[in-house]
Structure formats: C-alpha cells, structure tokens
Design a protein around this ligand. Structure first.
Ligand SMILES: Nc1ncnc2c1ncn2[C@@H]1O[C@H](COP(=O)(O)OP(=O)(O)OP(=O)(O)O)[C@@H](O)[C@H]1O
Ligand SMILES: [Mg+2]
Length: 361
C-alpha cells in the first residue's frame, strides 16, 4: 500500500508540493552559476527540494547530488564525489564508461549491478589512489565537462566536512570552487552551528555562497495538497502545523496516519490520536536515548522541553531542585550532543516528535 504523504523517504515528483518560491530562487542561482548554502532545522525538506529541482532540470544541466552524511575520512569524501559524478551521466552504460574513461586520468571505472533492483551503476575504483589524486581527478573532470555543459553539484549534509580534521577540507574546496566557471555549488545541511561556522567571516568558504534558510512549508500549500486525499478543513491543517511546529516530516507523518486510518471528516480528536500513535511507536527508542543521558541532563532536557526559554528563573530551578550552574553545564552538554538547539533566546529539541515526547514526560 502506498500513501500520498511520505514522511520517512524522499517524495516522488507526484507527491512533492509547495516550494514555488524556493524553486524560483534555485533556478536563478543556478542559471548564473552562482553558489548557494541552504540550511534549516532538521526535516524541513532540503533534500526533497534539491532532488525535485534536479528531476525538473535534468535536461538543462548536468546535476550531481552527493550526500556525505556518513563520511568517515577525506578519502571517503573524495570517493563519494567520484561515485556521484560517475552516476550522474544519463546515457547508456557503454557510452558512459567510454566518456568517463576519457575524462579521468587515474580513476578506473567498472560497471556494477545491484543484485536486488538489477540496476546498473558505475563504480569508481580508487583503492590505489591518494586523496589528492582523487580530488584532482574529480575537479579536473568537472572542469573539462563544464566547458561544454552547465553543471550543478549539490553536497548534502555538508557540515560533515567539519568532522574531517586531518586536512582542511574547506580550504581545499575553496581553491577548486574559486576557479570555476559554469559550475554551481549547492551546499545543504542542518547542524546550523557547524554549518554556518564553515561560512563565517574569515573562514575559507566565507562569501563563496549566498545563504538561504529554508522555511516550513506554507499552511496553504499543505491544505491544497491534503484536501485532495482527506476530508478536512483549513483550520485542521493549521492545527496539525502548530502541533508539528512546522516540521515537514511530522506534518506528513500525521497526514499519513489520518489517511491510512481513513475516517470521516478530520477533527482535532483524530489528529491528537494520530500524534499519540506516533509518540507511542517511538516510545521505546526514545526511552533508550533518554537513558544515555546523565541525571542532570535528563532534568535539563525536561526543562527545555517544557519551558523553552527563561529557565534560569528561581521558581523553575526550585521546582526541579537544580542549581543554575549545574543546569547551565547540562544544557551545554545537550547542545554539544545536538539534543537541543537554539533560535535567538528560545531553546528547542530539533526532532519535533522527541520534543512532544519530552513535553509529556
Ligand atoms: N515539498 C514537499 N512535498 C512533499 N513532501 C515533502 C516535501 N518536503 C519534504 N517532504 C517530506 O518530508 C520529509 C522530510 O524531508 P527531507 O528529508 O527532504 O528534509 P531534510 O530537511 O532534508 O531533513 P534532514 O535535516 O533530516 O536531512 C520527507 O519524508 C519528505 O518526503
Ligand atoms: Mg536531508
């Protein structure tokens, strides 16, 4: 069975809705081969947006998408770039191999077949190559291709490069990015502190990309789409949106449950039931996560979940029987672990369903 509301996978072309302004913005950036940094809270729809844009423009540009969420070394990073590049060519396998072989100086390539989907992919063979050799081969090939075609390279979860510490990846990238023509770089990511510090004043990537914060989907856009599949009024969509604090994934998860439970007209009660179902399904995994925290961190997380701001006030400290200093260091620790995040003076838990779970503790 299939529901039109994806929440744990990327949306297909038919399921994608809204985002007209963002798509316009991307179009104008890419058209002039400028660079863009797209950031937002988690699960707002960054990956879905760039994938939809690429799908729309696959005839206009050579679109390369690479997700570096799991990179563990600089070699792994370079290999990921090469793999994405090799698989972005849409011609038949024979032509692709021929083209890539003439583009690469050192990297060899092999066709591979996925045993499950039986789909072909291209495997770059890099075992004997150094990081520098891989990077050179990748960027030189980009350069060559860009003489005849406009290229867009999207690097998702870009903040992960900050975890690679044996080389200055940002400085290395700066060198390649600066000398480009006809190539547009789109950086995407969500860990805002890490990400924005990569682009801050005096950092190597400073001013190499304009910044764009992806906002939640508009309530109207959600309503226009949802009413095609559900019997619901606009104010119910507003209710779902508020409960989800605008997080696209949570909105979609609620709509999905309403859809599969197919009831009459959608009411607040049905929405509350769906939220309860989501929280119940996550209860055991959240308990395990919660148990990894120290006692003071548990208290701090509860306080953040409940109060969001101003929690150093005496009544709150008294209620939870915790000292200001202790609370402060527990909050710092949670922040480091990325359990909590901050927007101005307001703290929040970036995973909205975890936030609701904590509020109910
Ligand atoms: N415009 C959209 N239309 C329909 N569904 C969407 C849209 N944007 C996001 N979604 C859905 O919401 C969920 C979260 O979106 P996505 O994974 O793109 O967010 P993200 O910002 O990349 O998240 P993360 O920070 O975890 O990488 C996905 O299941 C996706 O299918
Ligand atoms: Mg993503």
């Amino acid at each position: 069975m299939h529901s039109p509301f994806p929440y744990d996978r990327l949306s297909t072309l038919e399921e994608f809705f809204g985002r007209e302004e963002e798509l316009e913005k991307l179009s104008s950036i890419v058209k002039y081969s400028n660079n863009l940094l797209i950031h937002s809270k988690r699960r707002m729809g960054k990956s879905s947006l760039i994938n939809y844009f690429f799908e729309q423009h696959k005839e206009d540009y050579l679109c390369i998408y690479v997700d570096i969420f799991d990179i563990t070394s600089k070699e792994h990073f370079a290999h990921s770039l090469l793999k994405a590049f090799s698989n972005s060519h849409k011609s038949d396998i024979k032509t692709t191999i021929k083209n890539l072989t003439s583009l690469f100086k050192r990297v060899r390539i092999e066709p591979a077949i996925d045993p499950i989907t039986l789909e072909y992919s291209i495997k770059p063979i890099v075992a004997t190559l150094s990081f520098e050799e891989m990077m050179d081969d990748f960027f030189n090939s980009l350069d060559t291709l860009s003489k005849s075609r406009q290229i867009v390279l999207a690097i998702d979860e870009f903040q992960q490069i900050a975890n690679i510490t044996d080389v200055k990846l940002d400085a290395i990238l700066r060198k390649y990015i600066q000398n480009r023509e006809n190539i547009s770089y789109i950086f995407l990511g969500s860990k805002r502190h890490m990400l924005t510090s990569l682009f801050e004043y005096k950092a190597p990537l400073y001013e190499l990309a304009s910044h764009y914060e992806l906002q939640p989907l508009k309530v109207d856009a959600i309503y226009e789409y949802a009413k095609r599949f559900l019997d619901l009024d606009a104010d119910m969509v507003t209710y779902i949106y508020e409960k989800s604090d605008g997080e696209t994934k949570m909105v979609q998860n609620i709509l999905h449950l309403l859809y599969i439970n197919k009831k009459e007209k959608i009411s607040k009660e049905l929405i509350d039931e769906a939220i309860k179902e989501i929280l119940n399904s996550k209860d055991s995994s959240y308990k395990i996560i919660f148990d990894t925290l120290s006692n003071n961190q548990k208290i701090a997380l509860k306080i953040v979940g409940k109060h969001k701001r101003g929690f150093f006030a005496a009544p709150i400290l008294n209620e939870y029987n915790i000292k200001k200093q202790t609370l402060q260091s527990a909050i710092d620790a949670l922040f480091k672990k990325e359990f909590i995040d901050k927007d101005g003076d307001k703290y929040f838990i970036p995973d909205r369903s975890l936030e609701l779970w904590v509020e109910n503790l």
